[in-house]
Design a protein around this ligand. Structure first.
Ligand SMILES: *Cc1c(COP(=O)(O)O)cnc(C)c1O
Length: 434
């Protein structure tokens, strides 16, 4: 028994949230506890309950909660009166981050991209990417993919597939074509062929795109993982048609799929890359957009924002890069752990005829219905495991454990998942048999 579930009968008062917090709150509804403290892979509520975190703030905490080295770097910086906010001025913290990012991430991968500091959330990085692509190409239309998720602001939302999210826009979401992602029509149909055919046909109705925007693994859209061959084709198609290739690596990057970038070693180089979520390494808001130098056609201040470059996040991001990305040990560790996760999930899935999805440490089980997935994740939460769903119908139970998780603890969390799937299936069977 590794969990200590909440003592019964003393639920905290949540009427304050009901009275004063907007209805828009979401995760708090399925995890109705009050959290106060977290370290590593554990979160603690105010009733003494301890939870194993298989959500990691939607992959913002790849290195776990309050990693001691990152935390100390930030404490030291604040203690020394380091600049907390400086618009986009040059600061010591920014220099250290840029220098470290260049040395440890960009140069070893042969990337000559420039770093654009956007507003601090992922959707800001996506907005900047598509705005620049439209400016550079003089074209309006962006190709995004079915089940893609790119953020909630209008431009990024237009690129997002999910109907509920799109429905919140209140205005038409235009200038985006949603083409079928890899595997959308099953293994028989190569959707790269379809895209190429449509773009080559002047009467297909598909305008020449400014950009093709793609996730290599669809984090919110059901953990569909595109094959390297498909992604290479998409890169080729973009080039052939004068469109910029934008890889949205906000969720799949920062080690989640093994490499720092999810497209490493795949044989293509995106024109633009977006990063956010785990970039700061500590859950601090921080996003950036990487641009090939020839694409960096902004005029000064043309895309602006007060919070471009969060100095505290620079400090923790730099510490994370130095600690985890100076050698390839971390990557090998994530690859190994990802294989472990894959085999455990495959065996759980096989027991019930389900399918697994994903790549690296970004994997899940498609249980076929959102209702079943919700039953299982709620039961997991009661058993001390924080885990969420993904997909068009929220039908994929998604494991986003911190990348630093101990193998035995990962196994213990998967034991809970396995038991709760089995219990839910048995209950389903009992109902069906009545
Ligand atoms: C989370 C996410 C975004 C949006 O990031 P926010 O910080 O929520 O604005 C964009 N793209 C992908 C792939 C994401 O997973």
């Amino acid at each position: 028994m590794i969990m200590t579930p909440e003592p019964s009968g003393s639920l905290p008062d949540r009427t304050l949230y009901e009275r004063r917090e907007s209805q828009v709150r979401s995760y708090a509804r399925s995890m109705p506890r009050q959290f106060g403290r977290a370290e590593g892979v554990w979160m603690h509520d105010d009733q003494g309950g301890r939870y194993l975190d298989f959500l990691s703030g939607c992959s913002t905490l790849n290195y776990g909660h309050n990693h001691p080295i990152l935390k100390q770097a930030l404490l030291d910086y604040i203690a020394a009166d380091g600049i907390a906010h400086g618009l986009d001025l040059h600061t010591d913290a920014k220099r250290d981050f840029l220098d470290t990012f260049e040395t440890l991430i960009l140069k070893p991968r042969g990337l000559d991209h420039r770093v654009m500091f956007t507003g601090p959330t992922g959707t800001n990085a996506v907005e900047a990417a598509i705005k620049l692509a439209r400016k550079v190409t003089g074209r309006e239309m962006v190709i995004a993919f079915t089940n893609g998720f790119h953020g909630m602001t209008l431009g990024a939302l237009a690129c997002t597939g999910n109907a509920t999210k799109r429905g919140g826009a209140g205005v038409p979401l235009s200038h985006v074509a949603h083409e079928p992602y890899d595997g959308y029509y099953g293994p028989e149909v190569d959707t790269a062929d379809l895209l190429e055919q449509r773009l080559a046909d002047p009467s297909s109705g598909l305008d020449a795109p400014a950009a093709i925007l793609v996730e290599t693994v669809q984090g919110e859209g059901g953990l569909n993982a595109a094959s390297p061959a498909w992604l290479r084709r998409i890169a080729k198609i973009a080039k052939a048609h004068g469109a910029l290739l934008i890889v949205d690596d906000i969720q799949a990057g920062c080690g989640r799929t093994g490499g720092f970038f999810s497209f490493e070693d795949m044989g293509f180089v995106p024109d633009i890359v977006t990063l956010a979520k785990s970039l700061s390494g500590m859950g601090l808001p921080f996003a950036l957009t990487l641009l090939r130098p020839e694409v960096d056609q902004w005029s000064p201040g043309e895309h602006n924002g007060t919070f471009r470059g969060n100095n505290h996040a620079f400090v923790t991001a730099t510490a994370a890069l130095r600690h985890f990305w100076s050698t390839d040990e971390f990557r090998r560790d994530v690859d190994r752990r990802g294989a472990l996760l894959a085999s455990r999930l495959a065996s759980i899935a096989a027991d019930h005829g389900f399918e697994t999805r994903g790549r690296g440490m970004m994997r899940g089980i498609n249980v076929g219905s959102g209702e079943l997935a919700a039953t299982v994740t709620a039961a997991c939460f009661d058993a001390g495991l924080i885990i969420e769903t993904s997909g068009a119908h929220d039908e994929v139970i998604k494991v986003l454990a911190p990348l630093v998780i101990d193998d035995a603890v990962l196994g213990a969390g998967l034991d809970i998942l396995e038991a709760e799937i089995r219990r839910a299936m048995a209950a389903d069977y009992a109902v069906a048999a009545e």
